[in-house]
Design a protein around this ligand. Structure first.
Ligand code: CA
Length: 225
């Protein structure tokens, strides 16, 4: 899961970033409404945490514009106690929920899980490719005969491949989507995770293979042998 934080109070934004990363999310942070809108329009986020009072464009205007352009990413408003009317207006213009500052870590994480589940209502938890099925709630890959559990990163790698059948996905695309812009590791990490996923697919005896296209990226194929 990838989360966008649009919050101009840097100390708060930094705390949120750390917290969410520790909880296993990929996180991007921006500090004004214009940049927030630009990022949000990329439609790669699973949840957006949105402050209301922001420089350049306020959170509600940003949200309005986002919904106008057809982006339905769940939005959780971060509001101050004094902004009750803004909350109501926020829910009217397409926010999914709000949380009042100051909030506890547990409450924030629970709200994030709740709004991201709402998004999933429209998407089945199971995705199929060839003889395998992947499930984002259980993080399991299964065939008719067997199943195996994967880590969150392994799941995301496989999910990207399954969502784009027959397309080649580059290492940079994996990194952008799974690790976020603040990725500081080596692009080799992608290779490492790909090899983990391959091992699990072959342990399952699946005909689905990850094919490497030298210098370009990876694609998912069904190999009959
Ligand atoms: Ca603010």
């Amino acid at each position: 899961m990838r989360i966008l934080i649009v919050e101009d109070e840097k100390p708060l934004s930094n705390v949120l970033c750390e917290l969410l990363k520790k909880s296993g999310y990929a996180v991007d942070a921006v500090y004004d409404g214009v940049e927030g809108l630009e990022y949000a329009l990329s439609d790669v986020f699973d949840v957006i945490l949105l402050d209301i009072m922001l420089p350049k464009m306020n959170g509600l205007d940003m949200l309005n514009e986002l919904r106008k352009q057809g982006i339905s990413t769940p939005v959780l408003l971060l509001t101050a106690k004094s902004e009750i009317e803004d909350k109501v207006e926020g829910l009217d213009c397409g926010a999914d929920d709000y949380i009042t500052k100051p909030f506890s870590t547990e409450e924030l994480l629970a709200r994030i899980r709740s709004v991201s589940r709402r998004k999933d209502v429209f998407v089945s938890d199971d995705q199929k490719f060839g003889d395998i099925m992947i499930n984002k709630n259980t993080l399991k890959i299964s065939t008719e005969r067997d199943e195996i559990k994967v880590s969150l990163k392994e799941y995301h790698i496989l999910e990207m491949l399954v969502e784009h059948p027959k397309q080649i996905i580059s290492k940079e695309q994996f990194v952008d989507r799974i690790w976020g812009y603040e990725f500081e590791g080596e692009y080799n990490s992608v290779e490492v995770y790909i090899s983990f996923v391959r091992k699990k697919l072959s342990a399952l005896g699946s005909k689905v293979k990850i094919k490497a296209h030298r210098g370009v990226g990876y694609s998912l194929e069904v190999v009959d042998d």
